[in-house]
Write a protein that binds this ligand. Structure first.
Ligand SMILES: NC(=O)C1=CN([C@@H]2O[C@H](COP(=O)(O)OP(=O)(O)OC[C@H]3O[C@@H](n4cnc5c(N)ncnc54)[C@H](OP(=O)(O)O)[C@@H]3O)[C@@H](O)[C@H]2O)C=CC1
Ligand SMILES: O=C1OC[C@@H](O)[C@H](O)[C@H]1O
Length: 389
């Protein structure tokens, strides 16, 4: 007779993760604009006057600035765009909305922007395939860089960028802004304190109906490294990796992935992947689609309870905690004014002033790891970009 199987969980000893915090947690946004005595100023150049650059510039100029005196004050000193007219149409309304006037420079080439001595750090808001050449241009000119996500279209490009930044001795960070919200900091705290026990499974999603029809757009165009994974799938992936990678001994997770592809351009439009973090003894599922809208939540299941991160998962501000030994659910709200991109900008400014070359909240090693994972997901899904062939 075979012995009755025991479903009792074997006692497993898990290290609790020691998640990094931003160098100084952001104080709550003030209700009224306040004059804050600042230790110093950080001078931004904006490269690419497109949609997200607009959000970023607004967040650091129009939204309330951090009250922390050690967080430098943000100013924009240069705009690099395909034309001076576009640059002006981009920045003038932003400064006007802040009750000020833009007095910085305009450049019609990115090369001129990186030669401007009045720029400390460049925000790169260009399409995915431009991140590699644009970052190389900036760091080789001695500029610090905050580069939009994904930091590169593939790992080969990302590795070169990291090496170039190291060689130049400048700061480089991938703009995973999600990690700098108070809600994300709280998630790291709750898990690190062991409140939900050992993390067994993370289920993370970001799906939005883009109604994308233009096959030349950066969302659908493989020449611009389009597709759901690189544009929005990176958010569920970064949540999962933020939670599980510190418990996985530096190893990449094992990947099992499938794509639903665009009928014309072949980029992934709906993406699912199971990730196995072997050493952490945990699984994760990431889902992302540009064909439908979902609640876009993240749920972290632990042995003592679950943590629900309310969507959209790129910009969390509400958490719900349900422990096994209680019928109640605890809610945590982290409201903020504006779109919240200023929190990552604050981290960049503080780190540059501290003289360090990266942020512990999203290290360059992890950015490289995210690229390796996405490369593998694309390999299994059968998506190679034209510039990779
Ligand atoms: N953090 C977030 O929430 C978000 C991040 N993003 C990321 O930001 C990046 C840009 O996205 P988004 O702002 O939507 O893109 P847009 O197309 O709106 O803007 C990109 C800008 O890059 C410049 N550019 C340089 N080369 C090219 C090229 N070959 N084709 C098109 N534009 C070019 C243009 O500016 P110019 O003519 O002025 O030089 C253009 O306006 C992407 O990497 C995306 O993943 C996007 C949205 C949200
Ligand atoms: O980062 C992003 O988040 C929001 C989306 O609208 C956008 O396309 C994407 O790049």
């Amino acid at each position: 007779m075979p012995s009755t199987p025991s479903y009792t969980r074997q006692l497993r000893i898990f290290p609790q993760p020691n998640y990094p915090l931003p160098s100084k947690p952001q104080p709550k946004a003030p209700k009224r604009r306040m004059a804050v005595e600042k230790a110093s100023t950080i001078r931004w150049g904006i490269l690419g006057a497109g949609w997200i650059s607009n959000k970023f510039a607004r967040s650091i100029i129009v939204d309330p600035q951090s009250e922390d005196p050690n967080t430098p004050r943000h100013v924009i000193t240069a705009i690099g765009s395909s034309s001076i007219e576009k640059g002006k149409a981009f920045i003038d309304p932003i400064y006007k909305d802040a009750g000020a006037e833009y007095t910085g420079a305009f450049y019609a080439t990115y090369e001129e922007l990186v030669a401007d001595p009045n720029v400390d750090v460049v925000y790169i808001g260009t399409p995915h395939t431009r991140h590699h050449p644009d970052t190389l241009l900036c760091v080789r000119a001695g500029k610090h860089v905050l580069c939009e996500k994904p930091i590169a279209a593939n790992h080969k490009q990302g590795k070169e960028m990291v090496e170039a930044a190291e060689a130049a001795g400048v700061f480089l960070m991938e703009a995973i802004w999600t990690r700098y919200f108070d809600a994300a900091i709280k998630v790291r705290e709750i898990i690190a304190e062991g409140t939900i026990g050992q993390v067994e499974h993370v289920v993370a999603d970001l799906s939005m109906n883009f109604n994308a029809t233009d096959v030349k757009s950066r969302i659908l165009n493989p020449e611009l490294a389009g597709g759901a994974l690189l544009d929005i799938g990176i958010y569920p992936l970064q949540w999962v990796n933020m939670i599980l990678a510190p418990l996985n001994g530096g190893q990449d997770p094992k990947v099992s992935a499938r794509f639903n592809k665009h009928p014309v351009t072949g980029v992934d439009i709906t993406t699912s992947a199971v990730l196995e973090y072997e050493e952490a003894k945990a699984l994760a599922t990431i889902n992302s689609s540009i064909m439908y809208a979902s609640p876009s939540d993240v749920i972290v299941y632990g042995t003592k309870g679950r943590l629900f991160i309310e969507g959209p998962s790129y910009q969390a501000q509400k958490l719900r905690l349900k422990l096994n030994d209680s019928d109640d659910e605890q809610t945590f709200d982290f409201p903020y004014e504006g779109n919240g991109m200023r929190f990552e900008a604050d981290e960049v400014a503080r780190k540059i002033k501290e003289g360090v070359r990266e942020s512990p909240v999203i290290t360059l090693k992890e950015s490289e790891q995210l690229l390796r994972i996405m490369d593998e997901i694309r390999r299994q899904g059968g998506l190679r970009y034209p510039f990779e062939v």
